[in-house]
Design a protein around this ligand. Structure first.
Ligand SMILES: [Zn+2]
Length: 321
């Protein structure tokens, strides 16, 4: 029986309609909720809870990673239009939790709108189809449904067998899901670490940069931006191109800065003068990695929607050392 469910699950995420990625978001939600369900029992899930998960997945993709989702020309999924309506179109440097901490009523409105406009189609589609040619084999004739949809109560009932199956095969199915989701987004995005970005939706695990400090201090002991002497200040390590775009700690993208410049810059892009400066630094210090040009990353990051730091009263400049 598990075999039937496994084929059905893989079929749903790898075939069918290609307008948006809602089925991936729903699959991730069902996997995660099953993983965290302890007892073997049916569970009722409100549409509202599914919408909240959709908000988180798509908020991170739109507001943090600026992933493009227009699979049809000049048309974006409704969930993105809703998020942009409430959160704007610009990159947001706060985390999901921090951003909504004091915006509970806005969050509720977004969730209600997603529930109303985005779930109607995807919930009934997330089922094995007996009439489908793929399922006409004998062994899958009696494939059970993943869930019972109760439109009147705005809820679905996930049966205990489905939960047991999703939980047991979580690692495998989650990897298959991330692969299909990334394959889909790859069509419209030129971004580093796409798979990792999809895999860690909303959970940014950042490692300590301390190990780079010594190497960078050997290159320069001044703030990359304002040129102040760092030996007298608290030393920060800054991702020249925002971490949310590069999504990795690459030494060619790291610079030392004073705390004031680091806090100002946050996840913004520095100006093009700074780009020339880091290019020279990388070339002089042999930090460039073959086949990678920081200018390409810089321009693509800008094209993706990351903003250049600009505040006329409080400029972030690169002072030539
Ligand atoms: Zn500085």
């Amino acid at each position: 029986m598990d075999f039937n469910l496994e084929e059905a699950f893989i079929h749903i995420i790898s075939k069918g309609k290609k307008d948006n990625t809602y089925k991936f978001a729903l699959a991730k939600f069902l996997l995660d909720i099953s993983k965290n369900t302890k007892d073997k029992q049916n569970i009722t899930i409100l549409y509202e809870d599914i919408s909240e998960a959709f908000l988180k997945y798509y908020w991170v993709q739109e507001c943090k990673y600026k992933l493009k989702q227009d699979f049809k020309q000049n048309s974006q999924p409704v969930v993105i239009t809703i998020i942009q309506k409430y959160c704007g179109k610009e990159y947001i440097s706060d985390s999901y939790d921090k951003y909504f901490k004091d915006k509970k009523s806005v969050k509720k409105e977004i969730i209600q709108e997603i529930e109303k406009k985005c779930l109607g189609d995807v919930i009934p589609r997330f089922q094995p189809k007996e009439s489908n040619k793929f399922y006409s084999h004998n062994h899958i004739k009696n494939a059970r449904k993943f869930h019972i949809s109760k439109d009147k109560d705005r809820s679905i009932v996930l049966n205990s067998d489905t939960i047991f199956f999703l939980k047991k095969s979580y690692e495998l199915l989650h990897k298959a899901l991330i692969l299909e989701w990334a394959k889909f987004l790859e069509k419209t995005n030129f971004t580093p670490k796409l798979i990792s970005k999809i895999e860690n939706l909303g959970e940014n695990k950042r490692s300590s940069l301390g190990k780079y400090k010594k190497i960078l201090l050997e290159i320069d002991t001044k703030c990359f931006y304002c040129n102040c002497n760092l030996l007298d200040n608290k030393i920060h390590i800054d991702h020249f191109i925002p971490w949310s775009y590069i999504y990795d700690d690459e030494i060619w993208n790291l610079v030392l800065s004073c705390s004031s410049c680091n806090l100002k810059k946050s996840d913004y892009l520095a100006n093009e003068e700074c780009l020339s400066k880091i290019k020279k630094r990388n070339s002089d210090s042999n930090l460039s990695i073959p086949n990678k040009d920081i200018s390409d990353y810089y321009l693509n990051c800008k094209k993706s929607g990351f903003l250049e730091y600009s505040n006329s009263h409080n400029k972030l400049e690169c002072i030539k050392s």
